[in-house]
Design a protein around this ligand. Structure first.
Ligand code: ADP
Length: 406
């Protein structure tokens, strides 16, 4: 039965117009009778099918294209003769008519096409079909090139992450050994250490520890980027984590004369999450707040809403302007080059923190303005579904301290 999309009648004028339009728009127009014999064909298509002798009228379609016999394309034409219209999408079938690929597209064996096959009515019955074919080879070639480039970029990014990870790992191991041996010397294990040497030893150790923390950050970043950061969920008391972080930073806050204010709900908050990652994000955020704030206060406020736990970290530091707010979550970005020299850092803390927040089923956002301080809001799921660790996660090393006494 006709479904209303067919051509209700095809007069010789409308057919001529259709054929002409096809030539202008570079579409193939093929008009078949109910025996699948070619009744007419526009010049564009005739030139593609048979450039030497473009006279096709009166020839059965399956003689012109034997490989169409019994295939999906012939079937679509027969369905048109039964009254239905078919939209032939390139996504599902690469071509309708087995035509040669256009010049310059040798990687394709056939011209890639989309098509529409319509019944033609005459006197209330279906008397034939019209096929409209569009050459989409150029578009498909562009899409394939784009996909290949995307794949290549992904492979390159993966290789970069793995290189970063293995290099950082190679650096971390000897650095940890340096710190370990410094500890032994400092502990008078190889004889008494004079005071000046002890001071210098302390400085070497501080520098080495700083390098280790930078390397740890690069390692975490590359593992997260490569999608290989394992998640270990456990049931934890959120307040205990907040208190731990508070204790860790209190000496620094006191030294700088900055008030560190903590506010938590009256009831215990139990979370099912990866506690190490949550701790790491809070350490990054409070560490930054204290690092960039020279007077005033830094606060951490924890609350619970629905399925989420929320941690808001506010500071009275210099703030960040609009242009920089968009960049600080990009790797290796440090807003103020002069601050960078005095404050140190890798520019990886925030990108890592945001990616970890996503892994914890939440997000990390910032609001800030120059002179008005900064507010970082971390949201994590209260009940994180355990995620199976990828079988390849061992490719990128996780933290490990060498055994120095062995
Ligand atoms: P790092 O602190 O190692 O430089 P981050 O990724 O943690 O790297 O931060 C990126 C940049 O964002 C910082 O260098 C700083 O310019 C800016 N920034 C982060 N936190 C704050 C803050 N609380 N106040 C002002 N600027 C900040």
């Amino acid at each position: 039965m006709a479904d209303g999309h067919g051509l209700s009648s095809l007069t010789s004028e409308s057919l001529a117009l259709l054929l002409e339009l096809g030539d202008v728009l570079e579409l193939g127009i093929l008009h078949l009778d109910d025996q699948l014999v070619v009744r007419s064909c526009n010049r564009w298509l005739a030139a593609v099918i048979a450039p030497e002798s473009p006279e096709l009228n009166g020839r059965p379609l399956v003689d012109l294209f034997p490989e169409m016999r019994g295939g999906a394309a012939e079937d679509a034409i027969r369905r048109a003769l039964a009254g239905s219209t078919t939209v032939w999408a390139h996504r599902f079938h690469r071509y309708f008519l087995p035509l040669p690929a256009p010049a310059g597209h040798d990687s394709f064996s056939r011209m890639q096409q989309s098509a529409r096959i319509l019944p033609v009515m005459g006197g209330g019955v279906v008397v034939g079909a019209v096929v409209i074919v569009q050459d989409v080879t150029e578009r498909v070639a562009r899409e394939e090139a784009l996909n290949a480039a995307l794949l290549q970029a992904e492979v390159a990014s993966q290789a970069k992450s793995e290189f970063l990870a293995s290099m950082s790992h190679e650096l971390r191991t000897p650095l940890s050994a340096i710190v370990g041996y410094m500890d032994l010397i400092e502990g008078d294990m190889v004889g008494a250490v004079p005071p000046l040497q002890r001071t210098f030893l302390g400085r070497v150790k501080t520098a080495a520890r700083h390098l280790i923390s930078v390397i740890e950050e690069i390692l975490t970043f590359s593992r997260v980027e490569a999608g290989k950061e394992p998640i270990a969920t456990e049931t934890v008391d959120a307040m205990a984590i907040v208190r731990e972080v508070e204790e860790m930073f209190m000496p620094q806050a006191l030294r700088k004369g900055i008030a560190l204010e903590i506010s938590v709900p009256g009831e215990p908050v139990t979370l099912r999450t990866d506690a190490t990652k949550l701790r790491q994000i809070l350490i990054n955020l409070i560490g930054n707040a204290l690092k960039f704030t020279d007077e005033g206060h830094v606060s951490l406020e924890m609350s619970v809403t629905g399925d989420d736990a929320c941690f808001v970290i506010r500071d009275t530091g210099p703030g960040i302007d609009d242009a920089d707010l968009g960049r600080i979550f990009e790797p290796f970005t440090q807003v103020d080059q002069s601050l960078r020299r005095t404050k140190g850092g890798t520019g990886l803390g925030l990108p890592v923190s945001r990616r970890l927040a996503h892994l914890l089923g939440g997000d990390l956002r910032v609001e800030s303005a120059p002179g008005a301080g900064s507010t970082f809001t971390l949201v994590v799921a209260r009940n994180l579904e355990p995620v199976p660790v990828s079988a390849t996660s061992s490719v990128l090393p996780t933290s490990r301290t060498p055994n120095l006494t062995a």
